[in-house]
Design a protein around this ligand. Structure first.
Ligand SMILES: Cc1ncc(COP(=O)(O)O)c(C=O)c1O
Length: 348
């Protein structure tokens, strides 16, 4: 039996995520802000789009055959998307992630049947123990395997060029004036920006980066400066390398966000817009506040909220974790301390 409305499997629900008006943020910034809520993807993040695109392409090109292995270095979300696809299509998944991964994300990967290896977050990217190096070397020794390598894989850009870009263009009735996204591998911002700028060259594209990442300085000065690198907590935002998947020519400017401000902004968004997003979603919204002078009341600003906050219940949304990391005051009055923090940012 087939039903008219049925989806053949869960992968058919990837994409076509809603564009949601952010009333509170729009009022505060005196413009019109719409969030592309990527948590509506079945794997709860924008990475579903690129994982599906990359696997389909590898199959079509004969690089991945029945019984093959999918290998990736991932902070969790790409792995989750790949694991979802692999479980349905009968592939084995081996992932290398870092000590920054949350308990929820790691558990999710294993629940979908993936093998997960944790590597030190502090390792230099070319060190043998880094999550990049370990994935690369396993791929070299495993027949019928693909190393998705999202940081140097054009599928990462094409996946967004073919879906996120057209969706935003159509959902805003071609009215989008600004497009804002956090940059990690750069696939989201690059693919989407390329599509949008090809339609209308005057659309401004702003990347949100973390303090501690090398991307902002590289974009501004053309210099890879290792001295910029320092640890930070905003998952998925910024990089210690310059990925091949950041199309810098489509990004007008980068704005950097501090851990504390990005994380508190995500918590504030949950209470004001009822959207539970991850640290990168908080950073993206915080980025909007940083760039607020760029916006006019008639503008149509689209911001990407890359993943769901449920993956961070033990970190970002856990008061003890926030206090332990110095992001909230050790105050008996938690809500008071949080309000004071945001008030100090002069943004509430
Ligand atoms: C939660 C989250 N937000 C944002 C990003 C950045 O997206 P992109 O890699 O497409 O630049 C990532 C990438 O890893 C991510 O995992």
């Amino acid at each position: 039996m087939r039903l008219k409305e049925e989806k053949e499997n869960i992968l058919q629900t990837i994409g076509n995520t809603p564009l949601v008006y952010l009333k509170n943020v729009s009022e505060k910034l005196n413009t019109n802000v719409y969030a592309k809520v990527e948590a509506f993807n079945p794997g709860h993040s924008a990475k579903d789009r690129i994982a599906l695109y990359a696997v389909n392409k590898a199959e079509k090109e004969g690089r991945l055959k029945v019984g093959g292995t999918i290998i990736e270095s991932t902070s969790g979300n790409t792995g989750r998307s790949l694991a979802m696809i692999a479980a349905l299509r009968g592939y084995k998944c081996v992932f290398f992630t870092t000590t920054k991964i949350s308990f929820e994300k790691e558990t999710f990967l294993r629940a979908l049947g993936a093998e997960v290896h944790i590597c030190p977050a502090s390792a230099k990217s070319d060190a043998p123990e880094s999550y990049y190096s370990r994935a690369k070397s396993l791929h070299a020794s495993t027949p019928n395997s693909i190393y998705v390598n999202q940081y140097y894989n054009d599928s990462n850009i094409e996946g967004h060029y073919s879906s996120t870009g057209p969706e935003i263009w159509n959902q805003t009735e071609n009215k989008v004036t600004h497009y804002v996204a956090c940059v990690g591998s750069g696939g989201t911002i690059s693919g989407t920006a390329k599509f949008l700028k090809e339609r209308n060259r005057s659309i401004k594209v702003y990347g949100v980066d973390a303090f501690g990442s090398v991307l902002t300085k590289f974009h501004r000065d053309g210099e890879f400066d290792e001295n910029e690198i320092r640890p930070y907590k905003l998952d998925g935002v910024g990089k210690k390398i310059i990925p091949g998947t950041v199309l810098f020519e489509y990004i007008d400017k980068f704005y950097q966000v501090e851990d504390k401000k990005g994380l508190l902004r995500a918590r504030h968004l949950a209470k004001t817009e009822s959207i539970l997003t991850g640290p990168s979603g908080g950073a993206a919204i915080e980025g909007l506040y940083t760039m607020k002078d760029e916006f006019k009341p008639t503008d149509c600003v689209v911001v990407i909220l890359s993943d769901h906050g449920a993956g961070y219940l033990s970190t970002l949304y856990n008061d003890d974790w926030m206090r332990k990391n110095g992001f909230m005051e050790s105050d008996a009055n938690k809500n008071g301390a949080e309000a004071k923090n945001l008030h100090n940012q002069n943004q509430v």
